[in-house]
Design a protein around this ligand. Structure first.
Ligand code: ADP
Ligand code: MG
Length: 233
């Protein structure tokens, strides 16, 4: 499903310097897998996530997502692929401030084909799924971190993407709340067959996924099985 070959990412930091952050990452992820990518701060996790999520292009290398050549796709196609295939979850939640939970979840559907009533229905169902139905009229600023992250997961699910890409989703949460968020990912993986890619610096959380990849200084340096067994796609 995801096939990254020899991905190099350099950032231009003013003439004549380019900073190489990813030095040739190879990575394959199957449909329905629950994978974690673990590494220290600054190891290149978010840079890699931006490439996996087609938010950014590699400087060199090849990336195929469901057979589509991401490096050759036009910007417009990339944004279509992102909207259809990938749900993003960030450490900082990135909800729209002063906008209620329901509207936040409806937002990604505004560009799709669903009418107002269907968007509303879907958003309510998703908020129910993450246990936030009784808070749907609360503005995002009025929610706790864990509640915001639950709304963010519901929003990521809005267009029913095959892939959930989460960058340190529990990084700003206490361990009990982080546990609750992990349970939601486990449920979406098991019950809805989502491919979940969890980026974290917590070995403990990574341990409960199917496959753990370690990233160090811009290279995948190791791979091992987690405690969750692969259920197949
Ligand atoms: P992580 O998410 O693992 O903490 P990042 O991928 O955010 O790491 O960053 C890896 C390295 O790349 C860091 O040293 C960071 O400063 C650098 N970096 C990230 N984005 C840019 C950019 N746009 N321009 C220059 N350097 C960057
Ligand atoms: Mg990061």
């Amino acid at each position: 499903m995801l096939d990254l070959q020899n991905i190099i990412k350099r950032f231009y930091v003013g003439k004549p310097n380019e900073l190489e952050i990813l030095h040739g990452v190879n990575l394959k992820i199957k449909r329905g897998e629950f994978v974690s990518i673990v590494g220290a701060s600054g190891s290149g996790k978010s840079t890699l996530m931006n490439i996996i999520g087609a938010l950014d292009r590699p400087t060199e290398g090849e990336y195929h997502l469901d057979g589509i050549d991401i490096c050759k796709a036009k910007d417009k196609e990339l944004s279509r692929i992102r909207n259809q295939k990938i749900g993003f979850i960030f450490q900082t939640y990135n909800l729209v401030a002063r906008t209620n939970a329901l509207q936040n979840v409806e937002l990604p559907m505004l560009y799709g084909r669903k009418g107002r009533t269907d968007r509303n229905k879907r958003a309510k169902e998703l908020l129910e799924l993450v246990g936030m139905e009784d808070r749907m009229n609360h503005k995002s600023d009025e929610l706790s971190g864990g509640q915001k992250q639950r709304v963010a997961i519901a929003r990521a699910m809005a267009n029913d993407p095959a892939i959930l890409l989460a960058d340190e989703p529990t990084g700003a949460l206490d361990s009990k709340t982080g546990r609750l968020i992990m349970d939601i990912f486990h449920r979406l993986h098991q019950e809805q067959n989502k491919t979940v890619i969890l980026i974290t610096h917590s070995n403990e959380l990574a341990e409960e996924t199917e496959r753990i990849l370690t990233i160090k200084d811009g290279l995948i340096t190791g791979e091992r099985k987690g405690s969750l067994s692969y259920a197949g796609a």
